[in-house]
Design a protein around this ligand. Sequence first.
Ligand code: HEC
Ligand code: HEC
Length: 426
Amino acid sequence: MSKRRVMRTLAAMLVVAIAWGCTPKLDPDRPWSQDELQLIESLSPLPKPHASPGNRFADDPRAAALGHKLFFDKRMSSNGKVACQTCHTPGRYFTDGKVLAKGVGTTGRHAPTVVGSQWSPFQFWDGRKDSLWSQALGPIESDVEHDFTRAGVVHHLAKHYRAEYEAIFGKLPAMKPAKRYPKRARPHRFNDAHPDHKAWMAMAPVDRVGVNRAFANFGKAIEAYERKLLPRPAPFDAYVAALKAGDARGGGHLSDDARRGLRAFVGRAQCINCHNGPLLTDRGFHNIGLPKTKGKSGIDMGRTDGADEVKKDPFSCGGAFSDQKVCDELRFLDPRFEDFLGAFKTPTLRNVEKTGPYMHGGQFQTLAEVMTFYKTLPTKPQIGHRDLVLKQIDPEVPSSELIAFLKTLTGPLPPAKWLSAPAGGK
Ligand code: HEC
Ligand code: HEC
């Protein structure tokens, strides 16, 4: 720096110091500009719960109570050891701490949190489901997750939850005799020769519809429970609330480092281009050009496959089992859209400190590794092209400051009553 520049900087600092006089220090560097304030205020408070038009039981407390039990019930798995909570463990903000999730086998993706997922129009990293209730049907029939079947689920409901189920959703199918309703039956996603698939195809069409309806209701009960798993206000929210109330110090809720990180997040580092709104996600899909998922064969096409699957899904918002009849969002969805190739859903950054490893393939163990990735963008996308919105961030932005900011997004876990298996649950 030239001598003159140093003098000018010092003079500028003096002006700021005089302007703010003896009031507490506003910011380690300078106060927020109007533009920055506007961006910061767009990130808080947390929104009100979203409606779920495809599920008319979404806010029925009886459905939430049943869903709560089902989420923890390990008996709906081929080895009797896997429940939703195996990979979405409450104490870990409903994640599992693993690189790739493990159920009956090992999956090809990392388990995201369920906390706050109710605001996502599309579920899974590739968005192959368009509601929480239809999402819940997927892991049950995945060979490497529960390795169970829809017929098995309905048998299980009939045996253990009949009264509770029927009080909410009406009559369950008879599920007898055994010949008419096999123990295991499902359409297999990839393998027509699978015995479960053959058993499913051998069932009478009317019985298949009955099983599908009850299976959809199983998902609806789970969604009603998941809707209770909301992110709760974090120090960052307290900071923004204080700013909005006119306290320029934001109640002192953010450290100097966290405020510098926040400044970079909404400014130089441009994170807010994709991680925006109170959940810190644009709910869109982007190819950020990550290294390949370790241990997964082939290339992960991401949203290209996800968009294709959701359009074909009989449990989507316009399907026979949805309570919503008009479903425009899928009508205009085109899987051939070029930017979908290798793109994955922007995850929420709420509680991100607690939900590592990170990314769809658990590519990074720590937030520091994530920051290094954004600073260096070392890898070429495996397929497609890296999103043009994503620019390598200025290496002078300290990772520690961005991380200090991200940690202010950690709120308490959802209320304790939802965090363990309910009384009478298995
Ligand atoms: C074997 C581990 C495992 C089990 C068991 C499991 N999940 Fe998951 N879950 C995952 C993985 C991995 C993903 C991401 C998969 C993908 O994107 O392809 C996921 C994604 C999700 C999502 C989407 C979140 C988002 O932001 O897109 C929800 C919701 C969810 N699971 C709920 C459930 C429910 C409900 C059950 C029980 C019926 C369940 N999971 C069982 C591993 C598991
Ligand atoms: C072009 C949009 C875009 C921009 C800009 C962007 N991100 Fe991301 N971010 C994503 C997407 C998409 C993912 C998930 C990618 C995947 O798994 O394939 C992600 C993942 C993450 C994760 C991992 C979260 C998890 O739960 O796995 C963190 C942390 C993160 N971003 C922070 C940041 C920060 C900090 C910045 C600014 C330096 C930033 N992002 C800029 C789109 C973006």
